[in-house]
Design a protein around this ligand. Structure first.
Ligand code: PHE
Length: 346
């Protein structure tokens, strides 16, 4: 017994120390401390040792067991520390490498402009209404006092769809749709896409308008002037000069074209004696929207009494305002989706 204890001690001393992995440790544990482990068997056969020597050998065996357990414990700890160090070493991030850039999108300038316009009107208590892009002849023309054969239909080159339907040429049909279903007081804006058979640097087959109208008892031309002047001052962020010029629309009477002083030459018309302003062609004014008092015949189409109610309406081109505000010279840029153009509006 004494001899085998000696050799076991030697064996164990040779096996402990630096372990290269956890399996090695597990194996050692099973081999010596497992149910049939060498040390376990020896402890179990202690009862065969003469009583006199038993305490001494028992004591030595127990110390050998504690020693082995301690070695296993520290061996495991060391292994874990070494593993962590290895990971830290091998997985180190090189923070000097260039990163990969995440491309950020931007809001389309027409959406930006539209939101800005809408905001000003919401601030004045207007609410938003929408109508279909595919309209019928009645809402786009007839009820707006543009009968068949009316020369005003030539002003707008219409895209016709099947079954007498068409792509709306303006947002004015939304006036009709709202008035057909609701009673005054009304204070509405109707933003959206419109379509005309037209294509050059200032005309696009699809563009956007914001329509607006107000109907109640005693609405006058002064209300129209007040609302639109306030709107234009807000949108161009200063108290630019505004002019209401007599004009004609079948659905308003009287009608007025609204001009603002030229943003480039500040209304002077010609920056020098030889040359007239490129933007306003020397007139000093820029045409910005159409407006007028809603024609009594339109009220009759929607069943309102022109005796009881009056109202004004206006319509503006969003692209035109964006072009003037951002100094963009070709309307087609808005629809080509060239990223170099679009990212300037970030
Ligand atoms: N619908 C007209 C256009 O597209 C604009 C307008 C709207 C004029 C409302 C007067 C009143 O040109």
């Amino acid at each position: 017994m004494k001899d085998s204890l000696e050799s076991l001690r030697g064996e164990i001393a040779a096996r402990v120390g630096r372990f290269s992995n956890e399996q090695e440790i597990d194996q050692l544990r099973v081999e010596y401390l497992g149910r049939k482990g060498k040390l376990t068997l020896m402890l179990r056969s202690l009862k065969e040792v003469p009583v006199k020597e038993r305490p001494k050998i028992g004591n030595q065996l127990n110390r050998l067991r504690s020693y082995l357990e301690e070695q296993i414990e520290t061996g495991l700890k060391e292994l874990r520390v070494r593993e962590k160090e290895r990971l830290l070493r091998e997985e180190r991030i090189d923070i000097s490498l260039p990163g990969s850039r995440l491309e950020r999108g931007s809001i389309h300038p027409i959406t930006l402009m539209m939101d800005e316009i809408i905001d000003v009107f919401l601030g004045m208590g207007f609410e938003i209404a929408r109508g279909p892009d595919i309209e019928d002849d009645y809402h786009n023309f007839e009820a707006l006092n543009i009968p068949k054969d009316h020369p005003a239909r030539d002003m707008q080159d219409t895209f016709f769809v099947t079954d007498g339907r068409l792509l709306r040429t303006h947002t004015s049909p939304v006036q009709i749709r709202v008035m057909e279903t609701r009673q005054p007081p009304l204070q509405i804006i109707a933003p959206g896409a419109v379509y005309r058979h037209d294509d050059d640097s200032t005309h696009s087959p699809i563009f956007h308008q914001v329509e607006g109208f107000m109907v109640d008892h005693h609405i006058t031309f002064r209300d129209l002037k007040g609302v639109l002047t306030h709107f234009l001052h807000q949108i161009f962020q200063k108290e630019i000069k505004v002019r209401f010029r007599p004009s004609f629309f079948p659905f308003t009477e009287p009608s007025a074209e609204v001009d603002i002083e030229c943003l480039l030459c500040s209304g002077k018309g010609s920056p020098s004696a030889q040359q007239s302003c490129r933007v306003c062609k020397g007139s000093g004014w820029l045409e910005i929207l159409g407006s007028g008092m809603i024609d009594p015949s339109v009220f009759q189409f929607v069943g309102y009494s022109p005796e009881k109610f009056s109202g004004f309406a206006f319509g503006m081109g969003v692209e035109r305002i964006a072009m003037l505000k951002f100094r963009i010279e070709d309307i087609r840029l808005f629809f080509q989706n060239d990223i170099r153009f679009l990212r300037q509006f970030r």
